[in-house]
Design a protein around this ligand. Structure first.
Ligand code: SGN
Ligand code: CA
Length: 509
């Protein structure tokens, strides 16, 4: 093309296209916050009015999934737009993120964006591609947490982690950024990760609520070998001190010293307030002499209440950030994304934690408030995955999407389009075994209401689910008469995806 033509076509660019290159992105991500505890997805457990505000003003993805349901791996997927085997961070236990590789924040910097990261990082190596960061060491702490600065200092801050991450985020927006540049701000919360330590002002919240026990709470895992050996069962594996917060000196509890170390981070007055509350709970627990199902359900209720309290602080703080963005007018030019690093079990199958490719932990909440110029509203049902965030942000910034990125841009969906050739299947691969919670390695495919999973390593076990007739995934129909055709179709699709994503093929025998 000759020079004049290039110049001519640039002059003809509509104003909207130029404005688009200045869109900002606020990318809020929580840890372990699941759709069952977010009222715009499920209002039976808690109300989250501020999170719902995002969905109401914008869009709610109803089929949003992760590629590997665990913190570090999820974060690496969203940073690179690639599956775990490509970005190299397959599991928390041994993973160290190779920060020299191509990442979305680096590509955004190249496109003229300012990049900032506040909160949980969890990728071990020092963040690269950020103009500013203030991160929690490893998992971080709820009470009086430490933050690692860009200079490498670890400094302790007073207060509750969710409030502090929000304060720091607003402070960066107000005082630290370069206002001549568009920005992406990662607001990555520690909430609602184990062991669900509440903000003290919410200790009493939800204490009068009895949560509904999920219909699969007493699942016996029949026909599902890997589910039989997991260690994330509320009745069996939840620690009475650390998780349930019922403890009397001398009680046997594997994690009691960890628990006390976390609570002892509180100043003495706050600690007294904390102890007064949970001592009362402990006394009441001992007066009841619970065993069997009653004990299991008691643990479930305590878990739900504490998780709900932690979620309340999160909702408040997202509201505070939204207010700031709206009051300053930034919301008009900013894509606000709210998601979690994965879903979580709230007693379904009797579990807490995540990792499995079953729906509760394979899914992750995803809602977005859109800047002016993006027309979509309401529900978006297309299959999306966390490898799509990087290409979406690049696309929104008007930056090229490198060919080796495996996710796809969601921008057409945010413009209200529904491309006919949208993906029809999703690939999943989980690696962290042997490890805490003992979930076996597995990979699988979700395709047309069916899911095929292969658990491997020290097991060789296939599972097939008909999600339409068995949404709770209780009936593994793999190998059953009449499933030959659908099994063949799903195996073919699985192989196609392993080839497409270049995942070293596990023998499909
Ligand atoms: C910690 C938790 C686990 C949790 C992992 C991974 N144990 O190890 O329950 O599965 O984190 O979570 S704890 O005793 O330290 O609380 S992740 O979200 O960071 O991947
Ligand atoms: Ca997590």
């Amino acid at each position: 093309m000759n020079k004049h033509l290039v110049l001519g076509s640039m002059l003809l660019l509509p104003a909207a296209t130029l404005a688009q290159s200045r869109y900002n992105i606020v990318y809020i991500m929580t840890d372990d916050h699941t759709a069952q505890m977010m009222s715009c997805y499920d209002s039976s457990n808690v109300q989250t009015p501020n999170l719902d505000r995002i969905a109401k003003a914008g869009v709610r993805f109803t089929n949003s999934y992760v590629a590997n349901s665990l913190s570090g791996p999820s974060r690496a997927c969203m940073l690179t737009g690639k599956h775990s085997h490509k970005n190299g961070f397959t599991n928390n236990e041994h993973g160290v993120f190779d920060g020299s590789q191509q990442t979305m924040p680096k590509l955004l910097q190249k496109a003229g964006y300012q990049t900032a990261l506040i909160g949980k990082w969890h990728l071990v190596s020092r963040p690269t591609g950020f103009d500013y960061f203030s991160i929690l060491p490893e998992q971080g702490n709820y009470y009086n947490p430490e933050f690692i600065s860009m200079e490498g200092d670890t400094l302790s801050e007073k207060g509750y982690v969710t409030n502090i991450i929000t304060d720091k985020s607003i402070d960066w927006l107000e005082h630290k950024r370069d206002r001549s540049k568009p920005f992406i701000l990662f607001v990555h919360h520690k909430a609602c990760h184990r062991d669900w330590l509440p903000e003290l002002k919410y200790l009493e919240l939800y204490e009068d609520k009895t949560f509904k026990v999920p219909e699969t709470f007493y699942d016996d895992y029949q026909g599902r070998l890997a589910a039989q050996t997991q260690e994330m069962n509320i009745a069996k594996d939840m620690d009475m001190a650390y998780d349930v917060k019922v403890y009397r000196p001398g009680d046997k509890s594997r994690l009691s010293s960890t628990y006390h170390a976390l609570v002892n981070r509180l100043d003495s007055a706050d600690r007294a307030r904390y102890n007064a509350f949970y001592d009362k709970i402990t006394e009441d627990f001992h007066a009841r002499n619970l065993t069997g199902k009653a004990l299991a359900e008691y643990k479930f209720q305590r878990y739900m209440r504490d998780y709900a309290k932690v979620t309340r602080s999160l909702d408040d703080n997202v509201g505070r950030l939204l207010d700031y963005l709206e009051q300053t007018g930034l919301a008009d030019s900013t894509l606000i994304v709210y998601t979690s690093d994965q879903g979580f079990y709230m007693g379904e199958h009797g579990w807490f934690d995540k990792r499995f490719m079953y729906e509760e932990s394979f899914r992750t909440p995803l809602v977005m408030q859109l800047p002016k110029g993006l027309q979509a509203r309401g529900d978006i049902a297309e299959l999306v995955q966390n490898i799509d965030y990087a290409p979406t942000f690049l696309d929104l910034a008007g930056a090229p999407i490198p060919d080796d990125i495996q996710g796809v841009s969601l921008l057409p969906l945010l413009k209200g389009k529904h491309p006919k050739n949208w993906r029809k299947s999703l690939y999943y691969h989980y690696y962290e075994y042997p490890a805490e919670h003992a979930v076996k390695r597995h990979y699988g495919v979700l395709y047309k209401n069916y899911k095929l999973i292969h658990f491997y390593n020290d097991i060789d076990s296939w599972e097939l689910y008909d999600l339409k007739n068995d949404p709770n995934e209780l009936h593994n129909i793999y190998g059953q008469e009449g499933t030959e055709k659908i099994t063949r179709t799903l195996r073919k699709e699985l192989l196609r995806l392993q080839k497409q994503y270049d995942d070293p093929i596990q023998k499909l025998n």
